[in-house]
Write a protein that binds this ligand. Structure first.
Ligand code: ZN
Ligand code: ZN
Length: 665
């Protein structure tokens, strides 16, 4: 039997945290493979704990880990951050604890005066280590020439920069081939306010200091380097923005605060204090979120214009309330990592990927994989908010410019793949229309889209598409060279002429109601009788599709408009499988439609409908509703008494479909 006595327990530490052998954990030779403690509590529970150690752990056990089994383990935390060839070195150098599932935000334990060669370090709230950042930039130039350059975008011409060495820091014409920093920041809720006067805002004053500290002379800031009052110059300079960011030596990202008055933490305002506690003579240093997670929380990451600024910049210095992180396309090094840049694992950039130029499949070709990366780019951009909805295309023009150089053609922001514009997307939630843009483009709507993934695999497309004005075709996509569409911007034709199957699709706005009484009735299909379950569709807008007399299905539609009212709608068949669609021809049947409404002159998109139905043949235990996003409901009409036989032929909705051309704007 073992006896032990706790030496006067600390009332601010819970028994669980008391029990941990903290002193032992700081010994580099101590080897404990099992969990140090279990952490079943949620972030909120830990945060409101009476125990100061538990509160510190809350910083690392973020809300995203709620409900997951987490535990503290003793691991050299750099094990998760370093290239494998360094890991033995790391194992000898520091003992750290991490919370499972969050190895990128470890907690460090040490004795006073104990120094690790590698590990994590406390952030000085007031001082940024520019030497370390300069080393990162140098390392990038020497080692990442193939990844972190934008050779496809020519250096910007005829642009202005702030001369940071000048006593008055005036704006000058950029000297030939000059090295410069660019600033990426949020203009704030009052974009006009910032145009008054020429005084530099706090973020610009701070960025000038950063530029000088990074041993650069010139700084580019849109507000000051673009003449906001000269429309011709403004539009020329905006067309150059892609080149300006792509060729900047560094881009300073102001990812703290919500407007230019906030400035850069670490320059004109202190950073947040890292949490730290002492227990039994051991210092516990709290973890910081990964730079990618810090960015995700920022106002900077929510804005439209900043998307291409981060995307096109080869090297970024990210200023948050926690620290300054270095991010290029090959490496991410947070300020709190005490680790040289050449040791860091390539996957350190993983959490930052939404903000970077994506890594396309190599060797480059326009194929499904690379097109689906383009869709990721578009989905991320569609999440962003714009002060002026009319900027929607301009604010991504640099992204388009770069991708067009890779041979991808865009029209109104929509990529064209195998001669079909990628109009296969939907809104998860209704949103608002942006009238400056065609309704078939995601730019025509102010809200995040999802692209139908399987659609990138080209099944047989049952329609033809051309571009034109309302009356006339201008381009037959099947005939023209893709280069003709390049760089058309807002001069591109804005109407799609779609030729294919058009179906009347009555929509029903169903609020949660009584179950549909299918009770006791059967569907006979392929000599198999199937009971129809009672169904109570959840609230939403449903399209009704006739299968055969007496039987229809209700499939939930994704409506684009938040102020949607039921109206006559047609569905344009975009894809179906198998083709032609025999509802029960095979075990899986599915179809995708653009939902269109006629506005008197042409059609406008109002939503998207895709349903998928699975019927395992030969089984008597068939679920008639099959869910992949939404269930499909079977409705038997009242005049059917007990059973209904589905004929082995095309469903009625397809029989009644009309093949014609619709003009969608
Ligand atoms: Zn505790
Ligand atoms: Zn690099």
């Amino acid at each position: 039997m073992t006896f032990w006595r706790l030496s006067s327990p600390d009332p601010s530490v819970c028994p669980r945290c008391q029990k941990v052998p903290w002193q032992k954990l700081t010994n580099p030779k101590y080897n404990e493979k099992g969990p140090i403690m279990m952490l079943p509590e949620s972030h909120e529970q830990l945060k409101s704990s009476n125990c100061r150690i538990c509160r510190l752990l809350a910083d690392t056990k973020t809300p995203s880990l709620d409900g997951k089994d987490c535990e503290l383990r003793l691991t050299p935390a750099l094990y998760h951050l370093c290239k494998p060839k360094w890991s033995t070195d790391i194992r000898d150098s520091s003992n750290l604890i991490i919370v499972s599932y969050n190895p990128e935000s470890p907690i460090q334990v040490s004795r006073p005066g104990q120094v690790f060669k590698y590990g994590f370090q406390r952030i000085d709230p007031d001082t940024v280590s520019f030497q370390k950042l300069q080393e990162c930039v140098l390392y990038c130039h020497q080692n990442h020439a193939d990844i972190c350059t934008r050779p496809t975008l020519a250096p910007a011409s005829r642009f202005r920069v702030i001369d940071c060495n000048h006593s008055k820091q005036i704006v000058v014409s950029a000297p030939m081939a000059c090295k410069y920093a660019a600033l990426s920041y949020v203009w704030g809720s009052n974009p006009h306010g910032i145009l008054l006067g020429n005084k530099y805002s706090q973020v610009v004053i701070d960025a000038i200091k950063v530029t000088i500290s990074m041993k650069l002379r010139y700084l580019w800031v849109d507000r000051h380097c673009i003449n906001q009052n000269d429309e011709a110059d403004k539009s020329y300079q905006i067309s150059q923005m892609g080149n300006i960011y792509a060729n900047a030596e560094i881009t300073i990202i102001a990812a703290a605060g919500t407007d230019p008055t906030y400035g850069l933490p670490g320059i004109s305002r202190p950073r947040k204090q890292q949490s730290s506690e002492v227990i039994n003579g051991v210092i516990i240093l709290g973890g910081l979120p990964h730079p990618g997670d810090q960015l995700k929380e920022s106002a900077w990451a929510s804005r439209g214009w900043t998307y291409q600024e981060g995307f096109l910049s080869p090297r970024r210095l990210i200023f948050t309330d926690y620290e300054v992180s270095y991010l290029c396309d090959a490496t991410c090094l947070a300020e709190h990592y005490k680790i040289p840049i050449d040791m860091i694992l390539e996957s350190s950039i993983y959490s930052c990927q939404p903000f970077m130029l994506p890594q396309f499949k190599d060797p480059w070709s326009i194929d499904e994989d690379n097109i689906s990366i383009v869709h990721q780019v578009i989905m991320e951009y569609s999440r962003r908010q714009l002060g002026y909805p009319a900027d929607a295309l301009r604010a991504m023009s640099g992204v388009i410019q770069l991708l067009e150089l890779k041979g991808i053609v865009f029209i109104w922001g929509v990529a064209i793949y195998e001669r079909v514009p990628m109009i296969y997307w939907y809104h998860n939630h209704p949103t608002k229309r942006r009238p400056n843009f065609p309704s078939w483009s995601f730019l025509g709507w102010d809200g995040p889209i999802e692209v139908r993934r399987y659609m990138t695999r080209r099944e047989e497309v049952p329609f033809k598409v051309s571009l034109g004005d309302r009356e006339n075709l201008i381009f037959d996509i099947n005939l023209i060279a893709a280069t003709k569409l390049k760089g058309l911007g807002e001069n591109a034709p804005r109407y799609l002429h779609l030729t294919g199957f058009v179906v009347d699709l009555p929509l029903e706005n169903i609020q949660q109601t009584e179950p549909v009484q299918n009770l006791g009735r059967k569907i006979i299909y392929h000599h198999t009788a199937v009971s129809v379950r009672d169904t109570a569709p959840c609230s939403g807008v449903y399209a009704s599709l006739k299968i055969c007399p007496g039987l229809r299905i209700l499939a939930k539609a994704d409506i684009d408009e938040s102020n949607f009212t039921t109206c006559p709608v047609v569905g344009f068949l975009l894809a179906s499988s198998p083709e032609p669609v025999y509802l029960f021809h095979e075990s899986i049947s599915r179809a995708d439609f653009l939902l269109l409404r006629h506005n008197g002159t042409y059609y406008e998109r109002i939503g998207y409908l895709s349903w998928r139905l699975k019927l395992p043949l030969g089984s008597t235990q068939i679920y008639l509703t099959y869910d992949y996003r939404y269930p499909v409901y079977f409705i038997v009409s009242d005049d059917v008494s007990d059973e209904i036989t589905i004929p082995d032929k095309r469903p009625l909705w397809l029989e009644e479909a009309e093949k014609k051309t619709v003009v969608v704007g």
